[in-house]
Design a protein around this ligand. Structure first.
Ligand SMILES: [Cu+2]
Length: 152
Protein backbone atom coordinates (compact mmCIF):
# COMPACT_ATOMS: atom_id res chain seq x y z
CA UNK A 1 0.00 0.00 0.00
CA UNK A 2 1.34 3.40 -0.94
CA UNK A 3 1.82 6.14 1.60
CA UNK A 4 -0.95 8.12 -0.06
CA UNK A 5 -3.55 5.38 0.10
CA UNK A 6 -2.56 4.58 3.71
CA UNK A 7 -3.17 8.20 4.60
CA UNK A 8 -6.49 8.20 2.78
CA UNK A 9 -7.56 5.09 4.68
CA UNK A 10 -6.58 6.67 7.99
CA UNK A 11 -8.56 9.78 7.13
CA UNK A 12 -11.68 7.85 6.24
CA UNK A 13 -11.40 5.81 9.46
CA UNK A 14 -11.16 9.00 11.47
CA UNK A 15 -14.18 10.42 9.68
CA UNK A 16 -16.13 7.23 10.43
CA UNK A 17 -15.23 7.52 14.11
CA UNK A 18 -16.39 11.13 14.21
CA UNK A 19 -19.70 10.26 12.50
CA UNK A 20 -20.23 7.42 14.97
CA UNK A 21 -19.53 9.72 17.92
CA UNK A 22 -21.99 12.31 16.60
CA UNK A 23 -24.65 9.67 15.93
CA UNK A 24 -24.16 8.22 19.42
CA UNK A 25 -24.40 11.67 20.95
CA UNK A 26 -27.62 12.34 19.05
CA UNK A 27 -29.15 9.08 20.28
CA UNK A 28 -28.15 9.84 23.88
CA UNK A 29 -29.61 13.35 23.65
CA UNK A 30 -32.86 12.03 22.16
CA UNK A 31 -33.23 9.41 24.89
CA UNK A 32 -32.54 12.02 27.59
CA UNK A 33 -35.04 14.44 26.06
CA UNK A 34 -37.76 11.79 25.90
CA UNK A 35 -37.03 10.71 29.49
CA UNK A 36 -37.17 14.33 30.68
CA UNK A 37 -40.45 14.91 28.85
CA UNK A 38 -42.02 11.77 30.35
CA UNK A 39 -40.82 12.72 33.85
CA UNK A 40 -42.25 16.22 33.58
CA UNK A 41 -45.52 14.87 32.20
CA UNK A 42 -45.74 12.31 35.01
CA UNK A 43 -45.14 14.78 37.81
CA UNK A 44 -46.91 17.88 36.58
CA UNK A 45 -50.61 18.19 37.11
CA UNK A 46 -53.05 18.59 34.29
CA UNK A 47 -54.06 22.25 33.91
CA UNK A 48 -57.49 22.96 35.30
CA UNK A 49 -59.89 25.18 33.39
CA UNK A 50 -60.66 28.50 35.08
CA UNK A 51 -63.92 28.72 37.00
CA UNK A 52 -65.97 31.69 38.13
CA UNK A 53 -66.28 32.58 41.77
CA UNK A 54 -64.06 31.84 44.72
CA UNK A 55 -62.52 28.53 43.74
CA UNK A 56 -60.20 26.59 45.98
CA UNK A 57 -58.30 23.86 44.20
CA UNK A 58 -57.38 20.88 46.31
CA UNK A 59 -55.50 17.86 45.06
CA UNK A 60 -55.29 14.48 46.72
CA UNK A 61 -53.32 11.33 46.25
CA UNK A 62 -52.48 8.36 48.45
CA UNK A 63 -50.14 10.64 50.42
CA UNK A 64 -52.95 12.95 51.44
CA UNK A 65 -54.26 16.38 50.53
CA UNK A 66 -51.92 19.01 49.12
CA UNK A 67 -53.49 21.52 51.51
CA UNK A 68 -53.74 20.85 55.21
CA UNK A 69 -55.54 24.10 55.99
CA UNK A 70 -58.09 26.06 54.00
CA UNK A 71 -59.53 29.43 55.02
CA UNK A 72 -62.86 30.72 53.80
CA UNK A 73 -65.25 33.48 54.85
CA UNK A 74 -68.60 32.85 56.48
CA UNK A 75 -71.56 33.88 54.37
CA UNK A 76 -69.62 33.82 51.11
CA UNK A 77 -70.07 31.09 48.53
CA UNK A 78 -66.98 29.04 47.86
CA UNK A 79 -66.26 26.28 45.39
CA UNK A 80 -63.95 23.46 46.35
CA UNK A 81 -62.61 21.65 43.33
CA UNK A 82 -60.99 18.36 44.20
CA UNK A 83 -58.55 16.68 41.85
CA UNK A 84 -57.47 13.08 42.29
CA UNK A 85 -53.89 12.58 41.18
CA UNK A 86 -54.17 8.80 41.38
CA UNK A 87 -55.05 6.55 38.49
CA UNK A 88 -57.67 3.81 38.46
CA UNK A 89 -55.07 1.08 39.01
CA UNK A 90 -54.98 1.84 42.71
CA UNK A 91 -56.53 -1.09 44.52
CA UNK A 92 -57.39 1.10 47.49
CA UNK A 93 -60.29 3.31 46.46
CA UNK A 94 -59.72 2.80 42.74
CA UNK A 95 -57.97 6.16 42.42
CA UNK A 96 -60.92 8.12 43.81
CA UNK A 97 -60.62 10.64 46.61
CA UNK A 98 -63.11 12.62 48.63
CA UNK A 99 -63.28 16.03 50.26
CA UNK A 100 -66.03 16.07 52.84
CA UNK A 101 -67.11 18.22 55.78
CA UNK A 102 -69.91 16.58 57.74
CA UNK A 103 -71.09 19.72 59.58
CA UNK A 104 -71.52 21.60 56.31
CA UNK A 105 -73.08 18.72 54.41
CA UNK A 106 -70.42 18.90 51.71
CA UNK A 107 -68.97 15.89 49.97
CA UNK A 108 -66.99 15.95 46.75
CA UNK A 109 -65.70 12.75 45.17
CA UNK A 110 -63.09 13.11 42.45
CA UNK A 111 -62.74 10.32 39.88
CA UNK A 112 -59.30 8.83 39.18
CA UNK A 113 -57.10 11.44 37.49
CA UNK A 114 -60.07 13.77 37.30
CA UNK A 115 -61.81 16.42 39.27
CA UNK A 116 -65.15 17.26 40.74
CA UNK A 117 -66.43 20.25 42.67
CA UNK A 118 -69.06 21.51 45.05
CA UNK A 119 -70.15 25.04 45.79
CA UNK A 120 -71.43 25.85 49.24
CA UNK A 121 -71.81 28.78 51.59
CA UNK A 122 -70.56 28.20 55.11
CA UNK A 123 -72.92 30.05 57.43
CA UNK A 124 -71.26 29.68 60.80
CA UNK A 125 -67.69 30.66 61.58
CA UNK A 126 -65.63 27.91 63.11
CA UNK A 127 -63.03 25.24 62.58
CA UNK A 128 -64.06 22.12 60.74
CA UNK A 129 -62.33 18.95 59.64
CA UNK A 130 -62.39 17.84 56.04
CA UNK A 131 -61.49 14.29 55.19
CA UNK A 132 -61.41 11.55 52.60
CA UNK A 133 -63.25 8.40 53.55
CA UNK A 134 -62.47 6.45 50.41
CA UNK A 135 -58.82 5.43 50.53
CA UNK A 136 -56.24 4.07 52.92
CA UNK A 137 -58.05 3.64 56.21
CA UNK A 138 -60.65 6.25 55.44
CA UNK A 139 -61.16 9.21 57.72
CA UNK A 140 -59.10 7.62 60.49
CA UNK A 141 -56.01 8.21 58.34
CA UNK A 142 -54.40 11.44 59.62
CA UNK A 143 -52.88 12.28 56.23
CA UNK A 144 -56.29 12.25 54.55
CA UNK A 145 -57.55 15.08 56.75
CA UNK A 146 -57.30 18.82 56.89
CA UNK A 147 -58.73 21.84 58.65
CA UNK A 148 -61.29 24.15 57.16
CA UNK A 149 -61.32 27.48 58.94
CA UNK A 150 -64.44 29.56 58.39
CA UNK A 151 -63.70 33.13 59.40
CA UNK A 152 -66.51 35.31 60.63
CU1 LIG B 1 -58.30 9.74 49.71
Amino acid sequence: MSRKSREALRHSQQRQKRVRAIAFGAVVLTVLAVAAYLLVAAFSRPALPPMAGNVIDVAADMGGFDQKEIRVKAGQPVTVRLTSLDNSHHTDGGGKHQWAVDELGVSVVAPPEGNSYATFTPVKAGTYTYYCDICCGGRANPSMQGTLIVEG
